[in-house]
Design a protein around this ligand. Structure first.
Ligand code: GAL
Length: 417
């Protein structure tokens, strides 16, 4: 991989104060990228660092969306043994910074002019109290609908652009004995679908009010009743074995024709590419029903814990690596996301990434670029957890929409105190 290694090695050597050929300390990195496409993307980083004589101690904690990784990270930090870096979503970067556990990489960020090449929404999550505490590696879009093109073609179906159309298409598929929706029943996956339904039925302003501002009137509104009605309808379109299924296994169902569609972020593309299928051709990507024009986003950051000496030098090398345009180009192509750096040319990416790039520009111009609740960019962890609980309880029971709305308001109210 051509990553301008000699220039970067010199930079590392300068940072480390080591003679050429000497090796820096390892970085120990806690992350949840264990699915095939995720691991392949992470390899891009491991190899890049190896080229700079920075070793990699892997600390993977399986579990999409990162809930299990968060628990492990808390235990490590509480034991006074934080990793060099941890994969974190935006709101948790903020919470860890608030705790005072993160280091300060402002000198590197200033030197590299990070603020000039990253979108303000991303800078906002990477900085705390005027200091840089984390480096962003991607921008993901959770509100995609992935469609098995062959199934749609064989059955004469058109990709649905509203929830009403989705229901019609899903009913037709079900009638033919095809599972309409591949889903994994884990709270973060239920919440990924919920985000799509809130945005698709309520629109960007409603999503902002209900989810980002946690406005109790919006949470208790008729629109929210319709959202839970639609969640109940979706429950009828998943197969019997959905409970606890990992997201990548649900993606595999769409790839191998066991199910027709999946509502999932574009990390699903990592699986599509690994299966030698073409995103945008074999597997279509369209915005989740009703969400065209809006863009939910989440960014994975590497947050840097407060370390010293050799470890700090290795940490700086890692920060410089992940922010470099060459790395961001190579990594995001495999991961399924787009680079957060605005100055990286992605004209050689797949059709879905090109659409993502176009759509994010349109959404930010229209005030419709919104942080994802399911993926840690909309709410504090306590409010997020409160909403997850209600959404998952509703999805897995026969709770009425009225009761779900009532519980949602109560749960958010008490979690916000
Ligand atoms: C997201 C994360 C992605 C992705 C996904 C599934 O929260 O931002 O990078 O891998 O979880 O694990």
């Amino acid at each position: 991989m051509a990553l301008g290694k000699s220039a970067r090695l010199l930079a590392t050597v300068a940072v480390c104060g080591l003679a050429t050929g000497a090796s820096a300390a390892d970085v120990e990195v806690l992350h949840w990228w264990t699915a095939g496409g995720e691991a392949a993307a992470l390899n891009v980083l491991k190899e890049d660092l190896a080229g700079q004589s920075v070793g990699w101690e892997d600390m993977p904690v399986a579990g999409g969306g990162g809930a299990a990784a968060t628990t492990t990270l808390k235990a490590r930090v509480a034991a006074g043994n934080p990793p060099t870096a941890a994969q974190l979503l935006g709101m948790s970067v903020r919470e860890w910074a608030q705790e005072g556990s993160l280091g300060d990489i402002t000198a590197l960020a200033d030197e590299g002019n990070w603020a000039d090449v990253l979108p303000p929404a991303v800078v906002d999550f990477a900085t705390y109290d005027g200091k840089w505490v984390a480096a962003p590696v991607n921008i993901h879009r959770p509100n995609w609908l992935w469609i098995n093109a062959a199934i749609f073609e064989e059955n004469g179906l058109t990709p649905p652009t509203t929830w009403e159309e989705f229901n019609t298409v899903a009913a037709a598929l079900q009638e033919k004995g095809i599972t309409p929706l591949a889903h994994g029943g884990q709270p973060w996956q239920d919440a990924t679908v919920f985000d799509d339904v809130v945005l698709g039925l309520g629109g960007a302003d409603f999503y902002r009010k209900a989810i980002i501002e946690a406005d109790l009137d919006a949470l208790g509104s008729d629109t929210m009743l319709q959202v839970f009605d639609q969640m109940r309808t979706l429950r009828g379109y998943v197969d019997d074995n959905f409970s606890g299924r990992d997201w990548n296994l649900a993606t595999a169902m769409v790839l191998n024709g066991e199910a027709a569609m999946q509502l999932m972020g574009d990390w699903a593309k990592g699986e599509i590419i690994r299966a030698d299928m073409v995103p945008g051709e074999d597997i279509l990507c369209i915005p989740a029903p009703g969400t065209a024009g809006s863009y939910l986003f989440n960014t994975d950051f590497f947050a840097f814990f407060d370390v010293t000496g050799d470890m700090k030098a290795a940490q700086d090398a890692m920060a410089n690596s992940v922010i470099s345009p060459e790395f961001q180009h190579a990594f995001n192509k495999v991961k399924g996301s787009i680079p957060p750096r605005t100055d990286v040319d992605i004209s050689d990416y797949d059709a879905c990434a090109l659409k993502a790039k176009e759509d994010i520009a349109e959404a930010s111009a229209n005030d419709a670029l919104l942080g994802s609740l399911a993926h840690g960019h909309a709410q504090t962890s306590s409010v997020q957890r409160a909403i997850f609980d209600v959404v998952t309880e509703h999805f897995n029971s026969d709770m009425s929409s009225e009761d779900a709305v009532e519980e949602l308001v109560l749960a958010v109210e008490s979690a916000s105190i």
